[in-house]
Ligand binder design. Structure first.
Ligand code: AMP
Ligand code: MG
Length: 522
């Protein structure tokens, strides 16, 4: 393997002087050195050729013993110094103190074509930040992270990537529903890749501890490497940095709304400072369009992280980041102004994204109202989000007769017989107004359809699809996993052989654990 190592995080930032792998509070340091755990019988399940190439790895590398050993945690390459990051976070609205990489171990950073990448193993054993847990991950959750992060990437959603998925050969005890029924599951390790894994929580921990010095060191490091056009060491630079983080965060969440992705645990320790989707846990994909939906069973009561609340939570999390960066500026007003900007941008960016989903590119003062009514209608009966928007491009500017106006999107309704009476009237009215509105568009049907296909995916990782791949993989069969991995590389393209994955959730998956109900147990 010919990797161009270029460590920065563990060479430029203060390290924890203690080298023992014991659980502790780590002060005035950004990370602790720790080695991955050796595993019983590692085997590689899957690897991403495309990502490997970006890192400077060849196809032969992927087949090598060294690759398997390295990315299952059984090899530390000479000259590299693996470490776990120290961070804190607000979990479900409350300050949780020190969290840190409890089961993630950063191996090294590489630099290729002027791009910096950090490679990190998830599930490679305990670290000083493991608190009461074991530092391991199971196959089920590792498949979910592996498939979804790559699927998101190909959807054009900013995200961390996944290079490889390996079995450890160890058994891991998990109580999936937290109801006193723990069972052994197969242990697995995913190698995740991103320019950086720094989170809001990395900054929060230092201001919570009134450690302005380390806070400043970390902020300067972040600006230097990831916002090089800004000036480190100045108040102005810090504020510009904060502003860019708010923009990136908003853009990321708008993408989530566009594709129907619900993160499920938007705690500040799961918010990337680069605006990347990070930590694929109990996430889910909208099947029926429902603003109140959350996949996370832990969040069922208050639904803090529901689909329709993600943009607000982004703002709430940015307030916490503002508080964390405050000591570097010591003035509240500029932060408040930037946060206000998020609110304003939110309405315009959200509107323009939603307009693109229904193929409106010109401006009309009633567009927001038209979209509001659409969102209400979509929730009158269970309506598949992906199918509805994908098929909406079949509506023509002209020639819509009273009988067939629903026909193009009929497949999206879970129970077609429910679409009657008042509901039917509302749809009829909406489609009439929509068609009238389309008349004002300057482009024609086919051009509009094409543009809509670039924002409305045909294929997403439906919750039950991930579960099917998991059920097979548990039995040692990885063909479905590979099928989905390949399918989701081209989510906007028609793939005739994959039509069977452009269907509504089957009835068996409605209440099944892993499909509609997910816990943080992973
Ligand atoms: P999450 O919100 O699931 O991303 O995790 C919150 C915190 O718990 C993070 O600090 C994780 O590193 C830690 N954590 C989650 N699962 C484990 C585990 N099995 N072992 C150690 N730490 C864990
Ligand atoms: Mg996390």
């Amino acid at each position: 393997m010919n990797l161009n190592f270029k460590d920065t995080f563990n060479t430029e930032l203060p390290a924890d002087p203690v080298h023992e792998n014991t659980r502790r509070q780590v002060m005035q340091a950004c990370f602790s050195y720790v080695k991955p755990k050796s595993t019983a019988n590692p085997s590689l399940i899957h690897a991403s050729k495309e990502l490997a190439q970006e890192l400077g790895l060849t196809e032969d590398d992927l087949k090598s013993e060294a690759f398997k050993s390295l990315f299952s945690g059984n090899l530390v390459l000479p000259g590299t110094n693996p470490y776990a990051m120290c961070y804190g976070g607000h979990q479900f609205g409350n300050w949780a103190g020190q969290l840190g990489d409890g089961r993630a171990i950063n191996l090294f950073e590489v630099n290729l074509n002027n791009k910096q990448w950090a490679l990190q193993l998830k599930g490679a054993g305990e670290t000083p930040y493991s608190r009461t847990a074991d530092g391991l991950a199971v196959l089920r959750s590792s498949i979910r992270e592996y498939l979804c992060s790559e699927a998101m990437y190909h959807l054009g959603v900013p995200t961390t990537r996944a290079l490889s998925l390996a079995l450890t050969g160890d058994q891991v005890l998990r109580d999936v529903l937290y109801n006193g029924n723990p069972e052994y599951e197969k242990g697995a390790v995913v190698c995740r890749v991103a320019p950086s894994f720094i989170r809001f929580g990395n900054f929060e921990i230092f201001s919570a501890r009134q450690d302005k010095k380390t806070l400043k060191t970390l902020t300067d490091y972040t600006i230097r490497h990831f916002f090089p056009h800004l000036k480190e060491g100045t108040k102005e630079g810090y504020l510009h940095f904060f502003r860019e983080v708010t923009h990136n965060t908003l853009d990321m969440i708008i993408h989530w709304q566009r594709v129907g992705f619900v993160h499920g645990v938007m705690n500040t320790d799961n918010m990337s400072i680069l605006g990347l989707t990070i930590d694929y846990g109990p996430y889910g994909w909208l099947e029926g369009y429902e603003e109140g939906w959350t996949p996370n069973t832990t969040d069922r009561q208050y639904k803090r992280y529901r689909y329709g609340n993600q943009i607000n939570i982004g703002l709430w999390n940015l307030y916490q980041l503002a508080n964390a960066l405050f000591p570097l500026i010591e003035e509240a007003k500029p932060f408040e102004d930037i946060l206000l900007e998020y609110r304003n941008n939110y309405s315009t960016k959200y509107l323009s994204m939603m307009k693109s989903k229904i193929g409106l590119f010109n401006t009309d003062k009633n567009d927001a109202a038209l979209l509001n009514r659409l969102e209400e209608n979509l929730q009158l009966t269970e309506t598949d989000m992906t199918i509805f928007f994908r098929n909406l491009n079949r509506i023509s500017k002209d020639n819509l007769s009273n009988e067939d106006y629903l026909a193009p999107v009929m497949d999206a309704f879970y129970v077609q017989e429910e679409v009657k009476g008042d509901t039917l009237e509302k749809w009829k009215l909406w489609f009439t107004d929509y068609q009238n509105r389309l008349q004002k568009e300057s482009i024609g049907d086919s051009q509009r359809a094409e543009r809509m296909n670039n924002v409305n995916p045909k294929y997403v990782l439906r919750n039950y699809m991930a579960q099917l791949a998991i059920d097979d993989a548990d039995k040692g069969n990885y063909s479905l996993l590979d099928e989905f991995f390949q399918l989701l590389k081209n989510p906007y393209q028609e793939q005739t052989s994959a039509e069977k994955w452009f269907v509504k959730r089957p009835e068996w998956a409605r209440h099944k654990v892993g499909c509609s109900m997910l816990s943080c147990s992973s």
